[in-house]
Write a protein that binds this ligand. Structure first.
Ligand code: NAI
Ligand code: OAA
Length: 310
């Protein structure tokens, strides 16, 4: 198995580090446009192998796509991150050109790869990747829901005083400060709804904190987060390379599902070796359906911006 991570910055390097530690592939290629950075980080990570006990071979590359040839999975993290006070959507102008170019070059060398798109605004970049490559929709997966759901479980576990691993909770919709939808009604601690244990206002606060989870970290760090995004990116890669059939919220092309057409946004999907295999239809109530529609309207407006840029 061969995995490539494009962009050796904060998120790309952390995805790669998690992939290597978990030995998700025999060969891992880290590629960046900045001279020497990918080679340096690949060598640095390689020097942890004896300490962390992994055998994944890590190769760095400054923009030499021939090194990525024959990749089974490619993770795209190239692009600029936001600064405090910015929205993810504001990154579209710079990142669209980067993501388009990267996806086309990757495809030339890895025609069968499954793409995991992380660069922001992620739902729009996922839609762009689909258009730029023209490949089967099942092979284009946007990573956002895995991260947002992990944050949801984190804030829930703090409120409940329990292990996040005992919680089942998912965020669907767009990967934006106002577009994501933490599914509070369906969240459970073991088999019981979390609303059995915390007050409605407390649950609403957990949902609100989850929605601005990325913005909170951006304000603290001066740039956006990487540990949880890196772990979430690697979890998606793991579900693919190990053919896990895991149910994870990912941004995928909707063609009628959840009442939407021609848009990529977060829904629960089954992930396996070929990419996303099927979309799981949750029985949303009227309020949740309305939130999903509002989220779709916002995501679609960014796709419209993309069209004006082409
Ligand atoms: N979907 C999600 O859940 C998340 C998305 N992100 C997004 O991921 C992206 C990366 O974030 P960071 O790693 O923090 O940024 P960063 O600035 O640390 O790293 C980005 C890297 O991309 C490289 N790059 C730029 N153009 C390139 C090109 N044409 N080819 C190859 N490499 C290129 C840069 O040289 C840099 O090393 C941002 O757009 C950020 O908003 C970040 C966290 C979570
Ligand atoms: O907040 C950001 O800009 C980066 C990101 O998508 C996240 O951490 O959720």
């Amino acid at each position: 198995m061969k995995v490539t991570v494009v962009g050796a910055g904060a998120v790309g390097a952390t995805v790669a580090d998690n992939i290597a530690r978990k030995e998700l592939c025999e060969e891992l290629v880290l590629l960046d446009i900045k001279e020497g950075v990918a080679e340096g980080k690949a060598l640095d990570m390689t020097q942890t192998a004896a300490l962390l006990h992994f055998d994944t071979r890590i190769v760095g590359s400054t923009n030499d796509y021939s090194k990525t040839a024959g990749s089974d999975v490619v993770v795209v993290t190239s692009g600029i991150p936001r600064k405090p006070g910015m929205t993810r959507e504001e990154l579209i102008g710079v990142n669209a050109n980067i993501v388009r170019g990267v996806c086309q070059q990757i495809l030339e060398h890895s025609p069968d790869a499954v793409f995991v798109i992380i660069s922001n605004p992620m739902d729009t970049m996922t839609y762009l990747a689909l258009q730029a490559t023209g490949i089967d929709k099942h092979r284009i997966i946007g990573m956002g829901g895995a991260l947002d759901s992990a944050r949801f479980r984190c804030y829930l576990s703090m409120a409940l005083g329990c292990s996040p691993g005992d919680l089942n909770a998912m965020v669907i919709g767009g990967h934006g400060d106002t577009t994501m939808i933490p599914l509070t009604r369906l969240a459970s601690w073991g088999p019981a709804p979390v609303s059995d244990f915390i007050a409605a206002e407390q649950l609403q606060k957990v949902a609100a904190d989850t929605m601005v989870g990325g913005a909170t970290l951006t304000k603290l760090l001066g740039t956006s987060a990487w540990y949880a995004p890196g772990a979430a990116g690697a979890a998606v890669v793991e579900a693919i390379v190990r053919d896990e059939k895991k149910l994870i919220a990912c941004s995928v092309l909707l063609e009628g599902e959840y009442g939407q057409e021609d848009i990529c946004m977060g829904v629960p999907v089954i992930l396996g070796r070929k990419g996303w295999e099927r979309i799981v239809d949750l029985n949303l109530n009227e309020e949740e359906k309305a939130l999903f529609q509002k989220s779709a309207d916002a995501v679609r407006s960014m796709n419209d911006v993309l069209k004006t840029m082409a």
